[in-house]
Design a protein around this ligand. Sequence first.
Ligand code: HEC
Length: 278
Amino acid sequence: MKKTVLLTVAAVALLAGYGAAFADTSPDQDLKTWHTYFDKKFPGVDLQEYSNGVYAIDKVSRDSWEAIEEFPPYEPMIEDGEAMWNKPFANGKTYASCFHGTPAVADKFPYWDLSRKMVISLPLAINECRKANGEKPLKYAKGPITRLLAYMAYESRGQVTDVKIPNKAAMAAYKDGRRYYFTRRGQLNFSCATCHVQNAGMHVRTDILSPALGHTTGWPVYRSKWGDLGTLHRRFKGCHKQMRAKPPKPQIAEMRNLEYFLTYMSNGIEYNGPSARK
Ligand code: HEC
């Protein structure tokens, strides 16, 4: 998988960090740079393949993963989620009342809320729905919320990532997420990009590093290591540990901005959650 990559000027700037050189690039330019970069790094890998995480580029583990996906360990959890979706709250309403009647909403999230001026992720919207209906919020990293997310993801399969950046304030959130992605932190002094852009395809201990492209499409994920489903922000926490950095709480503004940037960078790729990973 080691490939010499000829980078465009923009790619060099993108990878170098968030310095003056690319502070002015538009999300559209960033997306093109990202595609060009991964195209060169992994020639012949179709854009849609990136929704499969590391299995898009790791031929060795691909076969056993495909076998797992045929009888997926998360199947009963989708059913649990469906039951949650249908079960009325104490006030008689259901989740449907918050989501225009349909669980298939993956491609509507995350979005920039124009009046509240913040990024709204799907897990946040789920908890706001609960609160509005007099129910206690769910924990964000694991547990029941992953069941509901699994059902909603399953119903959304085939929708295409389509994050929009409607105004200046939304752009600021995008740039905040982008800055976060390229900032080095922790005892290892790595950024997210060190592993998932520059070193994608390389080994870290027993893992092969997956490319950043498509990183947001397959959630929630059933990991054999977890023996359970987890959310995207649970993975964000885990990757901070990989960097020996303090793991941030799920769903804080910084993590939602990170999700906003990272999901934008998967625009055009289909949602295929829930998925199985090592
Ligand atoms: C030291 C290297 C390292 C760093 C730095 C790192 N990760 Fe990871 N990350 C991993 C490994 C290892 C995995 C599991 C194998 C894989 O899918 O790449 C992983 C998996 C992921 C996944 C799951 C991909 C999938 O398809 O299941 C996401 C999303 C992710 N990382 C995001 C991030 C973000 C965001 C950051 C920065 C906050 C980050 N990572 C920093 C090593 C790293």
